[in-house]
Design a protein around this ligand. Sequence first.
Ligand code: 2BA
Length: 110
Amino acid sequence: MKMVIAVVQSKDAGTLVDKLVARRYRVTRITTSGGFLRESNATLLIGVEDELVNDVVSIIRATCQTRNRYISPLPPMTEPGGDIYVPNPIEVQVGGATIFVVNVDQYLRI
Ligand code: 2BA
């Protein structure tokens, strides 16, 4: 058995959970946030038999979109009376999903 851990954008998470549940996969959704953008995203835990991992990944691939985000870098420390700092937004491409597939030693439902 494997645990598929998928970090996805919040905008895609609801649709993705709906699709997975409709296909009878068991899913846990956790509200998380990325360390870089500090924005809310979602992490899904999906425990599946080994032979179903590819199916789960293809559902994620078909559902989650890559999007561009723009962030403004923090201004550098300046002395009073120094130059005015006008930040140039930086474009960041946030992937459709970041997926980890890990082995599960035991799966118990009590
Ligand atoms: P964030 O950490 O908020 O990162 C959002 C996007 O910012 C990343 O998209 C990437 O394009 C960029 N980014 C992240 N760290 C960067 C850095 N040190 N320098 C320059 N650009 C950087 P994705 O790579 O698609 O990642 C989307 C989200 O997936 C991440 O949100 C994070 O929550 C998660 N993630 C990605 N890789 C991970 C990893 N190796 N371990 C744990 N979580 C990961």
